[in-house]
Ligand binder design. Structure first.
Ligand code: ADP
Length: 203
């Protein structure tokens, strides 16, 4: 990558489930950022005709694929349950390809601000070194549970189980360059807060 992209702002966006991270990401896109979403890339490369399909078929055989030729995720979960090496082998194929596609999209963003939505941003020193700013969307666990149960019909226990697996609020905030406090505010206020921070970081 050349000097231009090196001097262009890269934001690492993180927040627990239901924090409002996706909502904040949409506002950042409206403000002119390019969103690079690792979960979306992971899904896309394993769709029919995705770049991971040939390697997946070579590693696991046709049973790894569904009737359309995309990755059969339910089947892979079953296989991983009875054979712990499956997850590792699957990740050994997907992770490098996700990395390549992430860098391709980052380069294609040119001088636009890049927003990286990567799981484990907080846990990964490599990722944190890759971005100029870490933006944390924060709210209470109670708010997280209220939002996700409303959005997806999950039980409070299911949301709590996901929260327990994710980085703690304290750990996230400890590596934040900016925090959006998304608790007890309207969506309009959230948008204003994100815009304020964007102006500060891009001026
Ligand atoms: P995440 O991506 O962190 O899981 P989302 O951005 O999808 O969270 O937000 C979860 C839900 O909560 C969405 O339905 C969103 O519209 C809603 N939400 C987020 N922030 C607010 C807010 N400040 N006021 C009202 N609803 C909100």
């Amino acid at each position: 990558m050349g000097l231009i992209s090196d001097s262009t702002l890269s934001i690492g966006l993180t927040g627990g489930i239901g924090s409002g991270k996706s909502t904040v990401a949409q506002t950042l896109i409206q403000l002119g950022a390019v969103l690079i979403d690792s979960d979306a890339i992971a899904r896309e490369i394993a769709l029919p005709a995705g770049v991971a399909i040939a390697a997946l078929k070579a590693e696991f055989g046709a049973e790894a694929l569904d009737e359309n030729g995309g990755l059969n995720r339910a089947r892979m979960r079953e296989l991983a349950f009875s054979d712990p090496s499956v997850k590792r082998r699957l990740e050994a194929i997907l992770h490098p390809l996700i990395g390549i596609e992430t860098e391709r999209r980052a380069a294609a963003a040119g001088q636009q601000v890049r927003v990286f939505d990567v799981p484990l941003l907080v846990e990964s020193t490599r990722w944190r070194a890759r971005v100029n700013k870490v933006l944390v969307v924060d709210c209470s666990n109670t708010t997280q549970i209220a939002r996700v149960t409303l959005r997806s019909g999950w039980s409070a226990e299911m949301v709590q189980a996901v929260i327990a697996q994710q980085a703690s609020r304290e750990k996230r905030r400890a590596c934040a360059d900016g925090v959006i406090h998304n608790d007890g505010i309207t969506l309009a206020q959230l948008e204003r807060d994100v815009t304020k921070l964007w102006r500060r970081w891009t001026r």
